[in-house]
Design a protein around this ligand. Structure first.
Ligand SMILES: Nc1ncnc2c1ncn2[C@@H]1O[C@H](COP(=O)(O)OP(=O)(O)OP(=O)(O)O)[C@@H](O)[C@H]1O
Length: 475
């Protein structure tokens, strides 16, 4: 009995020990969670959302086919799994799982509908969104992000977002929208405005409650999907592209297409702002493979530097490290909110199927796996102080008040100056699609300015008739 009791007592101690260990670790987990949420600005009630990671494998190229390169990646779209086999040892297979994976059979429309459409819907509800394509050079980042915009089948993510945005605007009643786009590239660690080439390089600034901003970056107000497409095409003409052994039209810079949508519900007067960053990164590359020389070599080292800092940020966030090295490159500073901040983010990891790409593919798959662990805290941007629609609405109200005031004083005196009736000043950063295409066409006046001008005209006409009547009755 004594031995039995002793045994029971020992088991009880082991159990209590385990329990107290679990209790302690739970407690420290809660304390840790609380610490990390309060460290991120007290947004503890906002639910976390992981970065969505998808992998897309391009078809085998003509060159790879001709060289009879072995295929080492197997894609299982139904299970979200990518398997990669080492060419030396077929048994040595590495398996990775993602939110979605696509093989060479997946067309542009499928990728958009399944992955991007829900994110753009959120942006149209006032969230920040970011989609970035990452991968070795020549694996299809530009094909995925842009594709061939003139072809219904081949158009990529960016032109498809234009269509979704404008079909939403056309369908929505009782709301006003303001859509603006900007386009910039990071080339050799310098920020360049792709819509105003030749201007001096841009700076990054940290703005309280807003995050990292690019002052003096031009934005173009768009009134249709076609407008947005024209801006994209124009910006692409200014993007730095070069030839490498791996890709005839290799992007030598990281390009960021920014869409800002302000929307105001006319009944509630609530303004929401959605911002979408669409990023086509330059490819990671081995200088020996790309055959880089001189300028290409300098570019490549800067590209690789920015990409390795992106890798470090991803690793730090995935490991919940107390220090995240966002400040190490312009790219990571610009992506600060998209990785670990206020944004819904999708990473598209592009890979190639052949044995030639084995090492790079493995690196990309590992990066992508780590990125899955990144937690963001997306919050709806409602009633921001710097919304332009708000500024315009206040201007409309001011004009209306002015007209009402004028209407009453008109009868007493006709000397009131009309010079105070100004249309809203054109912002320095506001240019039109025509401006960037070299057309000097003046910007079409917003509807409310036209309406106010109409009222003013009517008022003038009324004034003239009254004066005529008065003069005829005197005579
Ligand atoms: N899913 C795909 N289906 C058909 N063709 C593709 C696909 N992905 C890529 N390609 C083709 O592969 C080539 C290289 O693609 P792309 O230029 O998009 O690569 P990239 O990753 O942007 O390269 P870089 O980093 O050098 O700019 C192009 O000719 C492109 O049309």
């Amino acid at each position: 009995v004594g031995r039995c009791f002793g045994d029971l007592k020992n088991r009880l101690f082991v159990f209590l020990g385990k329990f107290s260990f679990k209790f302690r670790s739970c407690l420290s987990l809660f304390i840790e969670m609380d610490r990390s949420t309060s460290a991120k600005g007290g947004r503890s009630k906002v639910p976390n959302e992981s970065v969505h990671v998808i992998v897309r494998c391009r078809p085998i190229s003509q060159k790879e086919k001709a060289e009879k390169n072995e295929i080492v990646t197997t894609i299982y779209p139904n299970r979200g799994v990518v398997e990669i086999a080492s060419s030396e040892n077929k048994e040595n297979r590495k398996v990775f799982t993602y939110d979605a994976v696509y093989d060479h059979n997946a067309n542009q429309k499928t990728v958009y509908t399944e992955v991007v459409r829900p994110l753009v819907t959120s942006v149209l509800d006032g969230f920040n969104g970011c989609i970035f394509a990452y991968g070795q050079t020549g694996t299809g980042k530009t094909y995925t992000m842009e594709g061939t915009p003139s072809s219904e089948e081949q158009m990529g993510i960016i032109p498809r977002t234009f269509e979704q945005i404008w079909s939403h605007i056309d369908r929505t009643r009782n709301s006003n929208f303001l859509v603006e786009v900007s386009y910039l590239e990071i080339y050799m660690e310098e920020l360049r405005d792709l819509l105003q080439p030749g201007t001096k390089s841009l700076e990054l600034r940290e703005k309280e409650k807003v995050g990292v901003v690019v002052p003096n970056l031009h934005s173009v107000c768009c009134k249709s999907a076609e407008d947005m497409l024209r801006v994209m095409v124009q910006g692409n003409k200014n993007r730095t592209v070069g030839f490498t052994n791996m890709n005839e039209h290799s992007s030598r810079s990281h390009a960021i297409f920014i869409i800002k949508i302000e929307m105001c519900d006319v009944e509630t007067n609530i303004i929401k702002v959605g911002k979408l960053n669409l990023i086509d990164l330059a490819g990671s590359e081995r200088q020996s493979k790309t055959g880089a020389t001189a300028d290409r070599l300098k570019e490549a080292s800067k590209i690789n530097l920015a990409l390795s800092s992106l890798g470090n940020v991803i690793s730090a966030l995935a490991e919940d490290s107390p220090h995240v090295p966002y400040r190490d490159s312009k790219l990571t500073r610009l992506l600060q909110d998209s990785l670990g901040g206020n944004s819904k983010t999708i990473m598209v990891a592009n890979i190639g199927p052949s044995v030639l790409n084995y090492n790079e593919t493995l690196t990309t798959l590992r990066y992508a796996s780590r990125a899955k662990k990144i937690q963001n805290k997306p919050i709806k941007n409602e009633d921001p102080q710097d919304a332009k629609l708000k500024e315009y609405q206040e201007e409309i109200q001011r004009l209306k008040n002015l007209l009402a005031q004028r209407h009453t004083t008109e009868r007493v005196s006709s000397a009131m100056s009309t010079s105070r009736l100004k249309k809203p000043r054109k912002q320095r950063s506001e240019i039109t699609v025509e401006d960037i295409e070299g057309d000097t066409c003046e910007e079409e006046e917003p509807q409310f300015v036209k309406e106010d001008a109409k009222t003013k005209e009517e008022l003038e006409r009324e004034k003239k008739t009254t004066a005529e009547l008065a003069s005829s009755s005197v005579s």
